[in-house]
Design a protein. Structure first.
Length: 170
């Protein structure tokens, strides 16, 4: 109960903490790419962009104390978090149930540069052989599994903040 009271009394701190966690997760992704040598698949890159959006929107929400300001940016952060959770869930599903014929396909930027966006987006969500590969695990979960949990956690926190903000006056 004390945690909920703290969240209701200091929503800007919670939002700043969410933005900080997003930056830490992005730094860990850069570590996995540049130090460990894991190459991100197209769905991983989309999840990174979603994480950047959550960080930016939550960070902007934490800047000003006006209720309308932080609630508006929180709604956008919630939407970006939901989108990131959707992409991570889709990648987890592809890892659990890989297609019979997996092709490596093009990389993310190759898809965006060579195809119109209306054709590139379905190609990204269809996944590729890279999206089904499990190169790293922690406690039995893949990067996509952990990404889903983080996005879902952020969404639940922001939804709780928004509900508590709507219940409070002023």
């Amino acid at each position: 109960m004390q945690v909920l009271n703290w969240m209701a009394d200091a929503p800007r701190r919670v939002l700043a903490l969410i933005a900080l966690c997003c930056v830490a997760l992005l730094a860990f992704g850069m570590y996995l790419q540049h130090v460990v040598g894991l190459e991100p698949c197209p769905m991983c890159i989309v999840q990174r962009y979603a994480l950047i959006l959550v960080a930016v929107f939550a960070g902007l929400a934490s800047f000003r104390g006006q209720k309308g300001w932080w609630m508006s940016w929180s709604v956008l952060a919630l939407a970006a978090s939901g989108f990131g959770a959707f992409v991570a869930a889709r990648q987890s599903w592809l890892q659990w149930y890989p297609p019979e014929f997996a092709s490596c396909g093009r990389d993310f930027y190759g898809m965006i540069e060579n195809y119109p966006i209306s054709r590139a987006i379905p190609m990204i969500f269809r996944g590729s052989g890279d999206c089904t590969a499990v190169d790293w695990t922690f406690l039995g979960g893949t990067i996509a599994n952990w990404s889903f949990l983080c996005f879902t956690g952020f969404a639940v926190l922001m939804l709780a903040l928004l509900v508590m903000g709507l219940r409070r006056r002023a």
